[in-house]
Design a protein around this ligand. Structure first.
Ligand SMILES: Nc1ncnc2c1ncn2[C@@H]1O[C@H](COP(=O)(O)OP(=O)(O)OP(=O)(O)O)[C@@H](O)[C@H]1O
Ligand SMILES: C[C@@](O)(CCOP(=O)(O)O)CC(=O)O
Length: 199
């Protein structure tokens, strides 16, 4: 579908989240949703349409590709490659589907897994005036404790390094601590989102 005829609602705020594997992108995104309420806060995942099509093409279990499983990691490299081939033909292919599936009644949208500059450019082209970027960080030791293991061809490639040249983020969430401490760390962002909801 050409972008020109792609009609979609715009949220009051679109949070574009990125971070390295096992930094806690999903964990932080779900914590924000819990704090704000699912009636106003929608989490979008660019990997969902990718994994859905890939699973269909390859007869794989989508639920297991969507969870934190070794199954997902086993298929990651080929999914990354396939996804990059699709993006080469149509940079906005996964963004468009994720946005189209967003709940338009939610005033705050969050894309939890932005990995590439092409995704950022597409999102900025379509939502520039409501976008704020969120970088979730965690030390390597923390990521390792969560099951991350450096994998050549993944952790030194675009899927994990595509946004390393970005030097200024609207929000940085250092996600090395307990869930209780995380709540304190995200308080300023929660307050900011709540002020957006009132504006
Ligand atoms: N602050 C935290 N406290 C406790 N557990 C956490 C915290 N942050 C993340 N985790 C756990 O670490 C694991 C990885 O987190 P998560 O799936 O959110 O990372 P991710 O950045 O989305 O990873 P990937 O890119 O591989 O999908 C999960 O099991 C999650 O529950
Ligand atoms: C293939 C890919 O979408 C897998 C992402 O899985 P996850 O966000 O790590 O659960 C990563 C990519 O798009 O490069």
């Amino acid at each position: 579908m050409e972008d020109g005829i792609f009609d979609f609602k715009s949220p009051k705020l679109l949070l574009v989240v990125s971070g390295k594997r096992k930094s806690g992108k999903d964990f932080v995104s779900e914590r924000l949703k819990h704090r704000l309420g699912s009636n106003v806060f929608a989490i979008l995942r660019l990997s969902e349409p990718l994994k859905s099509q890939y699973a269909e093409n390859h007869g794989l279990n989508l639920d297991r590709l969507m969870d934190c499983s070794n199954y997902k990691e086993f298929h990651r490299a080929d999914m990354v490659h396939w996804g990059e081939m699709q993006r080469k033909q149509d940079p906005g292919c996964f963004c468009r589907i994720a946005i189209a599936n967003a709940d338009p009644s939610c005033l705050i949208w969050l894309v939890s897994d932005t990995r590439r500059m092409s995704d950022m450019v597409w999102l900025r082209d379509h939502f520039g005036d409501v976008i704020e970027t969120v970088r979730v960080t965690a030390m390597e030791a923390t990521r390792k404790s969560r099951g991350w293991k450096f994998t050549a061809g993944i952790d030194d490639a675009e899927s994990e390094c595509g946004l390393d040249t970005v030097v200024s983020w609207d929000w940085i969430i250092a996600n090395d601590s307990s869930p209780v401490d995380l709540d304190r760390i995200i308080d300023p962002l929660v307050d900011h989102i709540q002020s957006k909801l009132k504006s």
